[in-house]
Design a protein around this ligand. Structure first.
Ligand SMILES: [Zn+2]
Ligand SMILES: [Zn+2]
Length: 338
């Protein structure tokens, strides 16, 4: 098959690689209908993560089941499925506790920007739609493989409740989905921290009531002004840098929780401030499968349209250009069509 691969920082190719195949009886092979580039794909692209040269890259996709292993019972060939980036059995003790991203049988999508992708634990991981979805729904369904579920997880972990104030740090696709999640979960005020005009606009469309363009200390002061000096009831940290985490704790009111979903890179926690102000930290890698049934309902009913985060669609063979566009922040999120 043809797949997006990474050879070195900045060196993305679309090239022939071996087809994925059923390796375990619980596997499925999915023919990708749409894939996309994630903010976390930019970490290796920018040289911040180790790279296995020539390996496939991409962990977000939706598609049609092409083949299933002999132990797969619920998912069938021909089903249109959401593929969570993190695969799970949905039955072990951790899954039953809602911590699917720490499943005993955890696996990951490894070729989401390719023609085919292997899914481990197909019955536990995959959620099928009721028949083939309308083309117009595909971008929103695609966000459920990671960014919308991850933004939702940030909001749940932060304890967003009806009537409260939520602050979202980060205006990437996950942060924007976090805004949508916080609004959907009933936050009365959703403050999006964003400096970029098109992202501010989308944040408003997703339910942001206020935008704070300032960063760091000034950003925190602005949030303090907006909240009468109290701070936010819930904070969603959707970046993963030390600065974003510091901002998150600076705007959190005493007794609140920061929900963090940005993959941490060089983060040092302000433990003393957390202690003095009783601010907690919760979250981590999103248990996508846990939220899928609910999010699928919200998308198919038209209640939410997270697919609006895609502002560039390219044929899959142009995935290298997709990476450049996201790296240079010319695009919020890139959808790739095989
Ligand atoms: Zn992702
Ligand atoms: Zn499990």
């Amino acid at each position: 098959m043809r797949a997006t691969t990474i050879h070195a920082p900045g060196d993305i190719r679309f090239e022939e690689v071996p087809d994925p195949r059923i390796e375990e009886p619980t596997d499925a092979i999915v023919k990708v209908v749409a894939g996309c580039i994630c903010g976390s794909d930019l970490w290796p692209y920018r040289g911040h993560n180790d790279i296995d040269p020539g390996s496939t890259i991409g962990h977000e996709c939706v598609g049609v089941v092409e083949e299933v292993g002999s132990d797969v019972r619920d998912i069938r060939t021909g089903d249109f499925v959401i593929v969570p980036f993190d695969h799970c059995d949905n039955t072990c003790a951790h899954c039953r506790a809602g911590a699917h991203s720490a499943c005993d049988e955890l696996g990951f999508t490894e070729s989401g920007q390719a023609e085919y992708s292997r899914v481990t634990q197909a019955d536990g991981s995959l959620v099928a739609t009721d028949g083939m979805p309308d083309d117009a729904l595909i971008p929103s369904l695609l966000t459920l493989s990671d960014v919308m579920a991850t933004g939702w997880h940030a909001a749940v972990a932060a304890g967003v409740r009806p009537g409260g104030t939520a602050v979202v740090v980060g205006d990437g696709a996950v942060g924007l989905c976090g805004v949508l999640a916080a609004a959907q979960l009933g936050a009365e005020r959703v403050i999006a921290m964003s400096r970029h005009e098109p992202r501010q606009e989308l944040a408003r469309r997703f339910g942001a009531t206020d935008i704070v363009a300032e960063r760091g200390k000034e950003g925190a002061e602005r949030v303090a002004e907006l909240t009468g000096g109290v701070g936010a009831d819930a904070v969603l940290e959707c970046v993963g840098t030390d600065q974003a985490m510091k901002t998150a704790f600076a705007v959190a009111r005493p007794g609140s929780t920061v929900g963090f979903v940005g993959v941490p890179h060089g983060v040092e926690l302000p433990v003393r401030r957390m202690f003095q102000r009783n601010v907690g930290l919760a979250g981590g890698m999103a248990p996508v499968r846990r939220y899928l049934p609910e999010l699928l309902d919200l998308v198919t009913s038209g209640t939410i349209e997270p697919g609006l985060v895609f502002d560039l669609t390219l044929p899959m063979e142009q995935s290298p250009e997709g990476y450049r566009a996201m790296d240079e922040r010319r695009a919020i999120k890139v959808l790739l069509q095989p």
